[in-house]
Structure formats: C-alpha cells, structure tokens
Design a protein around this ligand. Structure first.
Ligand code: PSU
Ligand code: MN
Length: 304
C-alpha cells in the first residue's frame, strides 16, 4: 500500500491496536470558511483524543493518500483553493495523477477501510437532493454506506436534502440508520426532522455490537449512526427551513449543479444565518467525534 502515508500518531496507534476514528477533509475545504475550518479540524481531533481514541484525518496530497494529517499539511489544505472534492468516482484518478483532493464521506470510508479503521465521524452525510426526480442528484455517500463496512457517525443527512427520500434510499440499499438516544431522525442543524429513525440505540456499546454482528453475518456495508446536535447549539426546524428554501431557490436560479451544490448551499446558509449555521455545524461535528471515539473504544474492548 505504497500510496498510503500514515501520520506518526496513526502509525503508533495502529501498531499498538488502539482505537482509531477516521475524519474527512471535504468539510474542511468545501464545508467551512477559513479560518474556522482549520480551527474546527483541530478541535475535532482533540475531541477524539479526549474521548480515548486517535484521529485519522484523510486527504490526498500530491498523489499520496494521507491517513492522519500532520499539523502543517492540515493548515495548508485548509487554506488552499482548487482542492478537488473526491468521491469514489475520482479518488483513484486523483492519486494516479499526483493530485491533491479532499475526501468526502464516500472517499473517507474507502480510505478508512484500507487503513483498517472501523469508525468515522463527520457532520452530515450527503443524500438525495430535493428535486432529484428531475436532476438525479443522489450523493455517492449513500452507495458507499451500502458497500463499505465502516460505522459513520453524523447528525443526520444535511437538511438541505430531501430527507424522506434519503431514508427510503438507505432502506433500499440495506443501510441501518440508528438514532443515538432518541427516536427522531435528526435534521443536522435541528435535533428533529419530523421523521422517525428506523432504529434506535442508546449508547456506544450496543452500536459497536451491531457493527460486529454485521461482520459476523457477512453483510457488506456500514452503519449510519445519527446523533442529534446538542440542545444548546441547535437551530430549530422552523427557523432554518425558510432559510434553506431561500438558498435552494438561488441554486435553481443560478443553475448550480453537481458537486458545487452542497458547498454553495452551506455557504449561503452561513451568510443568511449570519454565521449561526457554522456555530451549529462545529458543535455537531465535535459531538459526533466524541461518540465515534467511544464506539471505536468499545470495538477494541469487544474484540473481533
Ligand atoms: N458534513 C458537513 N459538511 C460538509 C460535508 C459533510 O458538516 O461539507 C460534506 C461531506 O464530505 C459529504 C459531502 O460527503 O458534504 C456531500 O457532498 P455531495 O452532496 O456533493 O455528495
Ligand atoms: Mn451530488
């Protein structure tokens, strides 16, 4: 696996069999503005450590797949423009061409599996976009969850999406969607989306057991663990929904398509909430990192 470069910290953790948590980099390069993006990335890594695991932030830099980013590399990536947004379709091409790109949920899952990392924390996964019946815009994250055995902790799918359709596709693909500590399917910035999660578990131990049981049954694919944003940081659904509607109107009016849609929407919602959506986004990613670290700890405790 000569295309992989492990950070010192991750290499040591792997050798010692310590719990590891994968982290993505698209949230840094395409999901948040500088300098909050790099500050958040550092805080999230600290949260993983404080909860007993070792963070492995993934990115492709000059044709090498980094598993764990050294401080300088993280800082550079966070400031760079023209970084590609990599998913399953373009990850190999980027590495082969010696390019640089940030990993989405799908690409981070692929990297995590290669590195033997079973748990991954992010903000919100991609899903079925509103209007997908016209555009066919469905995130590759959903198919990755169906085929790659990594438990992904998110605060739901981003509420800019069509959440009922996203849940339908996840069910069709056989992906377990497990709400942690509540019945409701969370709505990213809000603790509730008006939908129920198909499954509920109340702590990391049961989530780890379910992860192992999928392996024992020989099932492909991962688990989606949906963890509601802490109450103090949530933006209630009634407040965020009109803002999302307005940003979606601009996507259509300006003809934004493909990979640009999600970053455009997150950027506009940041502006329209005067930064409040970012404060919430940071809080929920940190919350997910802490839960992911505890799940990773339980997986090590349970053993294979
Ligand atoms: N979570 C966040 N912010 C983000 C993302 C997740 O809090 O920006 C990124 C992830 O990398 C996810 C991507 O894979 O958004 C989804 O993009 P798309 O809808 O184009 O598939
Ligand atoms: Mn898309």
């Amino acid at each position: 696996m000569s295309m992989i470069e492990f950070s010192e910290e991750v290499a040591v953790a792997r050798a010692e069999g310590r719990p590891l948590v994968a982290l993505e980099s698209t949230i840094i390069t395409h999901g948040m503005p500088w300098p909050q993006n790099v500050e958040t990335a550092r805080l999230v890594e600290e949260d993983v450590r404080a909860s007993g695991a070792v963070p492995a932030t993934m990115a492709v830099i000059d044709g090498r797949l980094h598993v764990g980013l050294e401080a300088g590399a993280l800082e550079q990536l966070a400031q760079a423009d023209n970084v590609a947004k990599l998913s399953r379709a373009d990850m190999a091409a980027c590495i082969a061409q010696g390019g640089t790109g940030a990993t989405t949920v799908a690409a981070t899952m692929i990297a995590a599996r290669m590195a033997g990392i079973a748990v991954f924390a992010t903000g919100g996964i991609g899903g079925v976009h509103r209007g997908a019946e016209e555009t066919f815009d469905i995130s590759a994250d959903l198919h990755e969850l169906a085929r790659t055995p990594v438990s992904v902790v998110a605060a739901g799918a981003k509420a800019i999406l069509d959440l009922p359709k996203t849940l339908e596709v996840l069910e069709t693909l056989g992906v377990p969607v497990i709400a942690c500590g509540q019945d409701a399917f969370p709505g990213f910035w809000s603790r509730e989306s008006g939908l129920l999660a198909p499954l509920r578990m109340d702590g990391p131990e049961m989530i780890a057991r379910a992860h192992r049981m999928r392996g024992a049954l020989g099932l492909d694919g991962g688990q989606l663990i949906v963890n509601p944003v802490p109450e103090a940081d949530e933006i209630p659904r009634g407040e965020i929904e009109p803002i999302i509607a307005r940003a979606l109107g601009e996507v259509r009016a300006q003809g934004v398509t493909g990979k640009a849609v999600t970053p455009f929407l997150l950027g506009r919602i940041f502006e329209l909430t005067e930064g409040r959506s970012l404060t919430t986004n940071i809080a929920l990613v940190r919350n997910n990192a802490r839960l992911a670290a505890r799940i990773a700890g339980e997986l090590v405790r349970i053993g294979e």
